[in-house]
Design a protein around this ligand. Structure first.
Ligand SMILES: [Zn+2]
Length: 415
């Protein structure tokens, strides 16, 4: 029977030892008999998204897991987010990743994600979409998952060579940054920076009095009164993974960033309104959709975001419980797929230690399970257990290629 593969991605699952778990990580402390079974029956290791010591974002981590070399192909978060909301960039467009944020009257960021706003963002985005800037450039603004959104500047002589207004992770309590040209004096970047600043200023005026925000403030919620911008980039074509290896692939996912990368890689997107890219997602429903897809596709990528969300919120207990929910759902998938010639890869895009509340360069534990893998002596899925695994220390590109090699779709180097 033709082999197929599931790649299970637990976003930000890697962690560091915690006192509250008696020196275990959330993954080590979790009750996860199915993941442990895969580790015990498979080959394990530690994976660096790119190489040791390189801390990556979710976008770069996933580009690497989808087989791309981000050092060569990364062109900014903006175009990925645009792809993620099914928006087609034109030549000359400059796309930014945007965050709805809460900023006080002094320009200080109170909440970088407007309290992880989930409702009303379509209305807020609609109020900004189509804004005509002073030189005729049009600002196209589309909502993405939760606090995420996309700004596209469409006009003439624009450049992606501009800085971010978003100071980045742990920005709360600091000032919004001015958007500047990365090439001081160069006309196109200077123009683009001043247009992005104009958009930001006018967007703030509109957002401050928007009914969605008035309502949020009544409820004591942080208003989404500012648009933070980062990751400017332009349209770029990358060769789909599905074309390179002649495979049929699908991605079960809710987060727009991963949708963008998976779409560029040639994957069919399988999603549902019940999939939230958060802790309250339909864990079981996603696993079921993946199990069904394995009957039709050579490769199915299944992405869970909850582990990363809990880490950013410094909630170790939630992280552990989310892992346990995924494990329990995985048990059902294993039952349902017994008749398939199935390989399973378990991995992550980066570590997000609860103690750091941010991504770190700690390598992530991985498993490769299947009928004929070289089983090692590791019997548990965990950061320290997998350090003794047979895959040793592998890169994300190497991990994907190893999985694809079991599917017999890779090509021979040399004659
Ligand atoms: Zn991530």
């Amino acid at each position: 029977m033709k082999p197929c593969a599931l790649m299970l991605i637990l976003d930000g699952v890697g962690d560091r030892p915690l006192k509250q778990f008696g020196g275990l990580t959330p993954l080590e402390a979790a009750f996860k008999p199915n993941l442990d079974r895969l580790a015990s029956e498979g080959i394990t290791g530690l994976m660096d998204p790119i190489s040791p010591g390189i801390r990556v974002g979710t976008d770069v981590g996933h580009l690497a897991l989808f087989g791309y070399n981000p050092l060569r192909t990364y062109w900014g978060r903006g175009p990925i987010e645009a792809e993620g909301v099914y928006f087609t960039l034109q030549e000359g467009d400059v796309a930014f990743r945007a965050n709805f944020a809460t900023v006080d009257s002094k320009g200080i960021i109170v909440s970088r994600r407007a309290g992880r706003i989930r409702e009303g963002t379509s209305d807020l985005a609609a109020a900004l979409d189509g804004m005509r800037l002073s030189d005729g450039t049009v600002a196209i603004f589309k909502p993405a998952t939760e606090h995420r959104a996309v700004l596209v500047l469409r006009g003439s002589r624009l450049s992606p060579l501009v800085t971010d207004s978003d100071p980045g992770p742990l920005a709360e309590g600091t000032n919004v940054l001015p958007i500047k040209s990365r090439v001081p004096g160069a006309p196109a970047p200077e123009r683009t920076a001043s247009l992005a600043e104009e958009f930001t200023r006018r967007a703030r005026e509109i957002l401050l009095s928007h009914p969605v925000n008035v309502e949020r403030q009544k409820k004591g919620l942080p208003p989404a009164n500012y648009i933070l911008l980062r990751g400017a980039g332009t349209k770029k074509h990358i060769r789909p993974l599905t074309e390179r290896f002649k495979i049929k692939a699908a991605c079960v996912v809710a987060e727009s960033t991963i949708i963008g990368i998976a779409r560029m890689a040639g994957f069919t997107i399988l999603t549902s309104p019940r999939f939230t890219a958060n802790l309250d997602t339909d864990v079981e429903g996603k696993m079921k959709m993946a199990a069904d897809a394995l009957k039709e596709y050579d490769l199915v990528v299944l992405h869970y975001k909850g582990t990363d969300i809990a880490s950013h919120d410094a909630d170790a207990k939630q992280k552990k419980e989310f892992i346990e929910r995924v494990d329990s759902a995985l048990g059902n998938l294993l039952d349902k797929t017994k008749t398939l010639n199935l390989y399973i890869a378990v991995t992550s895009d980066h570590s997000t230690p609860v103690s750091v509340r941010e991504h770190s360069a700690d390598p992530v534990p991985v498993i490769l399970w299947g009928p004929d893998v070289r089983v090692d002596n590791v019997v548990k899925y965990g950061e320290r257990a997998c350090a003794a695994g047979g895959l040793r220390r592998i890169t994300a590109n190497g991990f994907l290629l190893t999985l694809l090699d079991y599917l017999d779709v890779t090509y021979r180097f040399g004659s």
